[in-house]
Design a binder for this molecule. Structure first.
Ligand SMILES: [Zn+2]
Length: 412
């Protein structure tokens, strides 16, 4: 594609015209950098951020009166969730229940990190392990569907397990480890996830049976929000979260170990980020991560440009493990990697329901039950806008895959 030579790039971050829904202002700054500036105002760091954190923690303690715990925190063994445990317990004196979903692909380092920190901080753990064979069958369905969201069954289950832990113990708050300053927000159009999507894909491409994978169906989710009154909070939004410094702190304090990359504490996440998304879909999540770090002043643009040119490391042993566990021969795997790309808009999901329920979700967002990014991506942006931008998210020519035309039909 000769057009690559003249692609417009943001003068501040490393996003260019292949990023879905991007636009540039007169100064050459992209809309995602401007969105970051707005978020910095809405979620201030410094003294204002400390005040918000302190007030929210006070509310959590009040809501936790007469109960065993004040807050549920999901743990993966990664840097963000490990640091949140420290923050909640040591700095704010909250009574924490950790929650973990085991998708059978935990790395050894992740398991050790979780054990070390929970033990040192004396925090209880709620854990849910999916049936191994069931998970491999669902995983296989997502590969056969040729959609990029192979980690969606895990991502949905993670969210559901946090609610399950909170509902079981009457906890009113869940902390989420996302930081827009260090992680960025993936552009709408890269990924989609909801529980109905998981059901649809597994029914179309597998046996459709889901027994032990936690689901976040709309009725369940509404019950957790409206009846159990479980709210979400993202503490890392309210201070200048220095990721490198945090890793050193966790290593020195708890013997925590770095596993070599964002979300790499889990082998299936590593596989998606370092192999599947890059090679089949041309999606490299480092664009989003590095751009966020540039905006936050934690990485220079020239460093990011140099680092993005390096090929992502990949351990071939993980590919062999996944093929063996999911049950793909070499020839079948070759077909998976070369199959025409599909997109969530070709499958039944909750997306149009979320759009119809936009006023309800606006209220839920304002009350702290759903995040702003959920409300914007799932309720405000229309499905047809996603279809319209779809081809551009695959513009970074992936190796071996053939881009297909966007779906003509709309799926309810
Ligand atoms: Zn930018």
């Amino acid at each position: 594609m000769a057009a690559f030579e003249t692609l417009q790039e943001c003068v501040r971050c490393i996003y260019d015209a292949t990023i879905p829904r991007i636009s540039f202002d007169a100064d050459g700054v992209c809309c995602y950098c401007r969105q970051y500036e707005e978020m910095e105002c809405d979620y201030p760091a410094g003294a204002a951020g400390r005040d918000i954190l302190a007030a929210t923690v006070a509310q959590m303690k009040q809501d936790g009166r007469g109960r065993q715990y004040d807050v549920v925190i999901g743990v993966s063994g990664g840097c963000d969730s490990s640091y949140m445990l420290h923050l909640a317990k040591k700095q704010y004196g909250l009574r924490v229940l950790a929650a973990h979903f085991d998708n059978t692909y935990n790395s050894r380092i992740a398991v050790e990190n979780i054990q070390r920190i929970l033990e040192a901080l004396d925090i209880d753990l709620y854990t849910h392990v999916v049936d191994n064979e069931e998970y491999q069958r669902i995983y296989r369905s997502f590969f056969l569907a040729s959609v990029p969201e192979i980690d969606t069954p895990t991502d949905i289950a993670l969210a559901a397990v946090h609610y399950m832990a909170a509902a079981k113990h009457g906890v009113k708050w869940i902390w989420e480890g996302h930081s827009f300053r260090t992680e960025g927000i993936s552009p709408p159009g890269w990924f989609y996830m909801d529980s109905k999507y998981v059901r649809t894909i597994h029914s179309k491409y597998g046996d459709g049976r889901i027994r032990t994978l936690p689901e976040l169906t709309l009725p369940r989710w509404m019950k957790w929000m409206a009846v159990d009154k479980i709210r979400k909070f993202r503490p890392l939004y309210y201070f200048d979260y220095d990721k490198e410094g945090t890793k050193r702190f966790l290593a020195d304090t708890y013997g925590w170990q770095w596993y070599g990359g964002h979300h790499m504490e889990n082998r299936s996440a590593y596989f998606a980020n370092n192999y599947y998304l890059v090679r089949k879909f041309g999606i490299d999540l480092r664009y989003s991560e590095f751009s966020a770090l540039i905006r936050a002043g934690q990485l220079t643009r020239s460093h990011a440009v140099a680092r993005i040119a390096e090929q992502k490391p990949f351990d071939e042993g993980i590919l062999a493990e996944i093929k063996q566990r999911v049950g793909f021969s070499d020839a079948e795997w070759e077909r998976v990697m070369c199959a025409p790309l599909s997109h969530y808009t070709r499958h039944r999901t909750y997306k149009q329901t979320f759009e119809r329920l936009r006023p309800l979700f606006l209220m839920l967002y304002k009350m702290g039950y759903v995040t702003r990014s959920f409300y914007h991506k799932y309720c405000v942006l229309k499905d047809d806008q996603m279809v319209a931008i779809r081809p551009s998210c695959y513009l970074r020519q992936p190796s071996g895959a053939t881009a297909s035309e966007p779906a003509a039909e709309s799926v309810a």
